[in-house]
Design a protein around this ligand. Structure first.
Ligand SMILES: Nc1nc2c(ncn2[C@@H]2O[C@H](COP(=O)(O)OP(=O)(O)OP(=O)(O)O)[C@@H](O)[C@H]2O)c(=O)[nH]1
Length: 332
């Protein structure tokens, strides 16, 4: 539960709004019933129930886009109704709604909802004691909306940037290990649901330390970047390459059978032999390959590929080893 709140920003805003609405509106709903203002009490109660239902929908379905939009409409619509019924005191409720609508839904919808709410109250007019008060309300509502828009927009940009930084390896531009863990779990789930086959390749450059030591770290970096470019040019768009750490990479392929997999691996090794160079000569790599088994966990799958890679290194490097093979094949 806390993980979802931490990772899904809109869900956390929806939850925050719903909890605030329940805590903030309940005393007023009780007060209005006690004062005999049945209509205002029922409106308060309806807003609370609708917002709570929106939050439950978001938690159950994960569809925060639709529930966020619905909640922005409900919150602003509710504030307008309260303003129209109880007059001036009800206007204050619109301000927090104008702010949260930018965090609940896309900016273009939020602008429309906020404008509609402000105009509806102005047209209704009953909540205002004078024209000056009405126009002051309109001006402050627009200022609040503009500030909320700028803040929400900047927040969204920074969140996207952070998400990018957290999932991408800055040197090679491929996804990092953190993304890989998620993708492997998704692949395992997809395989058991749809029956699509998946293969995992653990790839490690041979004697990379020597390249660094003899030619410098920058040359080592260039080798990593070139290798990634070569691999990406020779895999399908649906295949995914991750940097596992250091000079180790993971290639995740979907929809491959054993024959196709061997052809792809043979081609990759061939391409690297032909094109991957450093100032001192050829760069080679060792590969551990494992096709996903039915019911296997991501950790076990990765472990089999790792054991195959270990065998490839142990038997002389520049090798492709398939997890279920007993015989280690040599270089192409
Ligand atoms: N240039 C560069 N080097 C890195 C980077 N990350 C890790 N390394 C280096 O990669 C080297 C890996 O060395 P080892 O684990 O001994 O592997 P190896 O020399 O390739 O030996 P084998 O894998 O057994 O063939 C270390 O010297 C690390 O410092 C990086 O981003 N850039």
């Amino acid at each position: 539960m806390f993980y979802r709140l931490k990772t899904d920003f809109r869900l956390s805003i929806i939850t925050l709004l719903a909890i605030s609405a329940i805590l903030g509106i309940t005393p007023f709903a009780v007060m209005r019933f006690l004062q005999g203002n049945l209509l205002a009490g029922i409106v308060d109660l309806t807003i609370m129930l609708a917002i709570t239902a929106g939050m439950l929908y978001a938690w159950i379905t994960g569809d925060t886009a639709r529930s966020g939009l619905a909640m922005a409409i409900m919150a602003c619509g509710g504030a307008v109704t309260v303003g129209a019924i109880v007059g001036e005191p009800g206007l204050f409720w619109l301000y927090p709604c104008l702010v949260t609508s930018f965090f609940l839904t896309e900016s273009r919808y939020a602008i429309f909802i906020n404008l509609a709410a402000v105009i509806a109250l102005m047209v209704h007019g009953v909540a205002f004691s004078s024209a000056v008060q009405m126009w002051s309300f309109a001006a402050t509502a627009v200022v609040v909306s503009c500030c909320a828009y700028v803040f929400a927009h900047r927040n969204e940009n920074q969140r996207e940037r952070l998400e990018h930084l957290a999932t991408i390896d800055p040197l090679t531009g491929v996804k990092n290990r953190r993304s890989m863990d998620q993708e492997l779990s998704m692949a395992v789930a997809s395989a058991s649901r749809t029956g699509v086959s998946y293969a995992l390749v653990l790839l490690d450059i041979d004697y990379f330390k020597k390249i660094n030591d003899e030619h410098g770290h920058n040359v080592g970096d260039d080798v990593l970047v070139e290798m990634v470019a070569l691999i990406e040019q020779n895999i399908r768009k649906s295949d995914q390459l991750f940097r596992f750490g250091g000079e180790e990479f993971v290639l995740l392929m979907s929809g491959v059978d054993e024959t196709g997999l061997r052809a792809v691996m043979h081609n990759l090794q061939h391409i690297m032999h032909k094109f991957l160079r450093h100032p001192g000569g050829q760069v080679t790599a060792s590969f551990g390959v494992a096709l996903l088994r039915a019911g296997e966990t991501p950790d076990d799958w990765l472990l089999r590929a790792d054991e195959a890679l270990y065998k490839a290194k142990d038997s002389g490097r520049d090798r492709i080893v398939y997890a279920d093979d007993t015989v280690v094949s040599g270089s192409a």
